[in-house]
Ligand binder design. Sequence first.
Ligand code: C2E
Ligand code: CA
Ligand code: CA
Ligand code: CA
Length: 277
Amino acid sequence: AKDSGRNTVRFYAQVMESNIQERMWIEEELDYALKEQQFRVFYQPKMHIATGHITSAEALLRWFHPVRGLISPGEFIPIAEQTGQIVAIGEWVVKKVCEHLTRSTELGLPLLPIAVNVSPKQFQHPQFIYKLRQIFEETGVDPSFVEVEITETTLMDNTEETLNKLLLLKQIGVRIAIDDFGMGYSSLGYLKRFPVNALKIDQSFIREVHDESTAAIVTVMIALGHQLQMHVIAEGVETEAQLDFLRQHGCDEIQGYLLSKPMPLNEFRDFVRKNYG
Ligand code: C2E
Ligand code: CA
Ligand code: CA
Ligand code: CA
């Protein structure tokens, strides 16, 4: 028993060491990733439940490393958030999205608003709004075609500065959605204080919506959003049963594998051509 205990300790030490090495590797490689253009923006459509229309899409970052292949955002975004690299990466994402929007207009495609994920550090950066405006000016994109998805963590920083930034975004015309709603530990008080357009119910609730108590929570979340004049979106919708539940309870939009996985720009454009209406 004593021996196995010692082995366990050694095992954890090894795992921790390899985790640290992995983090250091990612941190170092992330610097090249931007320069060497290893990132791509994928798009996942959202559908209006009542009409079946495609209304918008979410931009999701993909990292194609020349040796390691595809590295998922879950692996590198939290590290980039800690090191501050997310500020430059996030700015690149907004720029790409705006360039894609401009090109879509040139191609005569129907223009759909695109939601971009903004991490807390990126949002809190003093130049955040300034950089956004600069990109809108450079690309000529109408800011009302861009939505920012922020998490409750960003709003928990319940300061005047956060409020002012959100009001400024609203004034510019940028839409604001709360991502992963229900996962935070903040009070609901911030909801009435901040100018938010949409609530995205976290996929962990949708996954368990067949369960009675989860269904009750989702029902209340939809009603809450509507009471506050917000649009309610369910993410991670994978089955017809989940869609049926959401339709019955008046949820506005869905996003998830049932409709489509996130796809590269060309595929997304084909999808819009085929399904827009
Ligand atoms: P998120 O913003 O909550 O995005 C939703 C995630 O759920 C995406 O994972 C998406 O591919 C996945 N998903 C969509 N539909 C389904 C479904 O039906 N079933 C399941 N199981 N999953 C589904 P992804 O693309 O791996 O991104 C993970 C997270 O990384 C995102 O979560 C977001 O927090 C972050 N992220 C991605 N791109 C960016 C970015 O450009 N900037 C920042 N700051 N964060 C990003
Ligand atoms: Ca999101
Ligand atoms: Ca989410
Ligand atoms: Ca998430």
